[in-house]
Design a protein around this ligand. Structure first.
Ligand SMILES: [Zn+2]
Length: 207
């Protein structure tokens, strides 16, 4: 599954628009490990964060972004949006943001993504993402994540949309896929008004 994602021009500065596309990656191994466990529910992994050594993300920033993600999901904004309390996100990342120096902070090929994802952190912040889901000419994009897996890789974004970006990518790791409603968190465009999560998506966030 791969769909591009572009921020609306009214939300973010023009300089950022070029990189505001995002995709979800299907990683078969992780999907089979975490998405194919039959009827046995499992709690989401702790929300932890890691950053490339050259990418800025303080502990406080990470906690704030995750808390904003929780607020986006928890708040009912009308339509099919449900109040989805994802308790795992409420308190922000568990522990401090760790750093890594290799591979580089740029994801250009699958091996780059796999090497970062192998660090087994739920969120890894890098400088730039040019590869996602088998496409080496996709980027730069905002994020790329396991579809029903454990890992998501993001770049820093405008604060008005960063909580939604993380909620969107975390949704992929919980099994949610894109849908077309422009008000949905899982729509493939990062905008500050994309805040809705329906009941089935909520069930995935909470399982
Ligand atoms: Zn996506």
């Amino acid at each position: 599954m791969m769909v591009e994602r572009t921020n609306g021009p009214s939300v973010l500065p023009a300089a950022r628009r070029a990189r505001n596309r995002l995709s979800g990656a299907l990683l078969t191994a992780l999907a089979s490990a975490f998405g194919g466990q039959g009827c046995v529910p499992h709690a989401p992994p702790p929300m932890t964060a890691s950053r490339y050594t050259g990418s800025a993300l303080s502990d406080a920033e990470a906690a704030q972004i995750v808390h904003t993600s929780w607020e986006v999901l928890q708040t009912s904004d009308g339509g099919d949006d449900v109040s989805c309390d994802v308790g795992n996100l409420r308190g922000g990342p568990v522990g401090s943001v760790t750093t890594f120096t290799t591979p580089s902070g740029v994801v250009n090929v699958k091996a780059d993504y796999d090497a970062i994802a192998a660090r087994d952190r739920v969120v890894s912040v890098v400088d730039q993402i040019n590869w996602c889901d088998g496409n080496e000419t996709l980027g730069p994009v905002l994020g790329c994540s396991d579809q029903s897996g454990t890992h998501m890789v993001v770049v820093r974004d405008d604060p008005s949309a960063e909580g939604i970006l993380w909620a969107h990518e975390y949704g992929h790791t919980r099994g949610n896929v894109h849908r077309g409603d422009p008000s949905a968190v899982m729509n493939p465009y990062v905008v500050s008004t994309a805040r809705r999560v329906n009941s089935s998506e909520c069930a995935n966030y909470q399982r």
